[in-house]
Ligand binder design. Structure first.
Ligand SMILES: [Zn+2]
Length: 179
């Protein structure tokens, strides 16, 4: 949190109100909820779901699950992954997140297993989640970055865990061969 931050509403249903380039008051574009355009410089902003990737790392009949070390949903179960950076391919994003969060190199399957749309955090930001099946090719996973703990879970354990987002359970189940 920023010190002295003002409580100005900025939510999933409310786009930018002033142009980040020149400060002009923006006008709605394609409907209030879709985006905004600047009458001065002509730039426009569309509101889109933010792409994020999640990894089902499988070894034998178990899948690697993580305990979230940060908000939102701190303490709940998650899969390794995170937001895709600008210009980054989703599979490269997943390999990067596996390095940052677990210290391992992973091989990511060519095609995603599951797509899901969900909201994230207090502002209800929309996320497009892309789930891949992966396996570790080098390194021993240990929690780092925003991961507090890791566990290898069987299908029965996956069914019982308290996941932050339900689609992660579905990715984990599918990766173990159970839709
Ligand atoms: Zn402008």
């Amino acid at each position: 949190m920023l010190a002295g931050k003002q409580e100005i509403p900025f939510t999933a249903t409310e786009p930018y109100r002033f142009c980040p380039a020149d400060g002009t008051k923006l006008k709605a574009k394609g409907g209030e909820s879709r985006g905004a355009a600047c009458p001065t410089c002509g730039r426009s902003w569309y509101r889109s779901s933010a792409p994020a990737v999640g990894a089902a790392i499988v070894e034998g009949d178990r899948v690697l699950v993580t305990v979230r070390g940060i908000e939102p949903e701190k303490g709940k179960m998650d899969l390794p992954g995170g937001f895709v950076e600008v210009g980054e391919h989703p599979r490269d994003a997943l390999a990067r997140e596996a390095r940052e969060e677990l210290g391992v190199e992973v091989e990511v399957e060519e095609r995603p297993m599951l797509l899901a749309v969900h909201t994230y955090g207090a502002d209800g930001e929309y996320v497009l989640a892309i789930g891949f099946r992966t396996r570790i090719v080098s390194g021993e996973p240990s929690p780092a970055d925003d991961v507090a703990e890791i566990r290898w879970a069987s299908r029965e354990e996956v069914d019982a865990l308290d996941f932050a987002w339900e689609h992660d359970r579905r990715i984990a189940r599918q990766a173990l061969g159970h839709g």
